[in-house]
Design a protein around this ligand. Structure first.
Ligand SMILES: [Mn+2]
Length: 279
């Protein structure tokens, strides 16, 4: 099948992170559509590309996930400079830093010199994520469906009545109040990462990890986050003049991997904010 398609955009660089191949949430079909439409000189894979944590719990590896890996290898073979910075979900591959997978270069951190002369630090970001306790709570909350939360809450209020504790306390409400905390977490992370880039003398930083895509100025540093391909389907591209663009890929093609994994019993979608537990 030819890779070239009408309307393909030529960009200088593509930055992707948090694809989470090996999970049911991975939007591999959409990513493949994005890749088909974007040709680049450089392709940076900024961590959590393959989710080994999930693969440890049970193998889920549909054809489309294989195709994504094949496409990356193929692009590298055909002269695209493909650089892979492992994240925490693929940290096992950090042992391979300095080596190559096919023609893909594996590095711990990278530097990108943009066409406009700006220097960017490239990293996944988990190394600068300090709020681990908070994370653990979200991990717990995220694994429970809303109805499970409600059931637990009923048990808790029964217990509270038994213990004669006044008032009503909602566990689900508590979980939601923590979402505000999730925003604080995102801002804190952005500050930390931007500060890290500033200390190293960079003009900007491109990272992933927190699944919150953005291009913005944080204290004089250009902070960019690639987002993810489990939920938001976002990428950052650099145009030939060095201009950076955040792309939200929302084609209307059905995602093959999604069709396979439909779970009829799962009526309540996991709240978006709680997805932070899987960073
Ligand atoms: Mn991560």
């Amino acid at each position: 099948m030819p890779d070239s398609a009408q309307g393909m955009r030529k960009v200088r660089s593509i930055f992707l992170s948090d694809i989470h191949l090996g999970t049911r949430a991975c939007q591999a079909g959409r990513l493949l559509a994005f890749l088909r439409m974007h040709q680049a000189e450089k392709l940076y894979l900024l961590g959590d590309i393959v989710d080994f944590w999930s693969l440890k719990r049970g193998t889920y590896w549909p054809e489309s996930h294989n195709t994504v890996v094949q496409k990356f290898l193929k692009r590298a073979r055909h002269g695209e400079h493909v650089v892979f910075v492992p994240g925490n979900h693929d940290e096992a591959l950090r042992d391979y830093v300095g080596m190559r997978f096919g023609d893909i270069e594996v590095v711990r951190e990278a530097t990108h010199l943009a066409a406009d002369g700006r220097r960017y630090a490239l990293l996944h970001g988990d190394e600068l994520d300090q709020i681990t306790h908070y994370h653990r709570w979200l991990a717990l909350a995220g694994d429970m469906s809303y109805s499970a939360l409600v059931r637990v809450n009923l048990a808790l209020s029964w217990l509270r009545r038994k213990l004669r504790v006044a008032g009503y306390w909602s566990l689900a409400g508590y979980a939601k109040s923590k979402v505000k905390g999730a925003l604080d977490f995102i801002y804190g992370f952005e500050e930390t990462v931007a500060g890290h880039a500033r200390n190293l003398g960079f003009d900007g930083v491109i990272c992933g990890h927190i699944h919150a895509a953005t291009i913005k100025d944080v204290g004089g540093i250009r902070y960019m986050n690639c987002g993810d391909w489990v939920d938001s389907c976002t990428a950052i591209v650099e145009h030939t003049d060095g201009r950076m663009e955040l792309i939200h890929w929302n084609d209307d093609l059905p995602d093959a991997s999604q069709l396979i994994e439909e779970e009829p019993n799962r009526t309540v979608p996991r709240p978006r904010e709680l997805a932070i537990e899987e960073l």
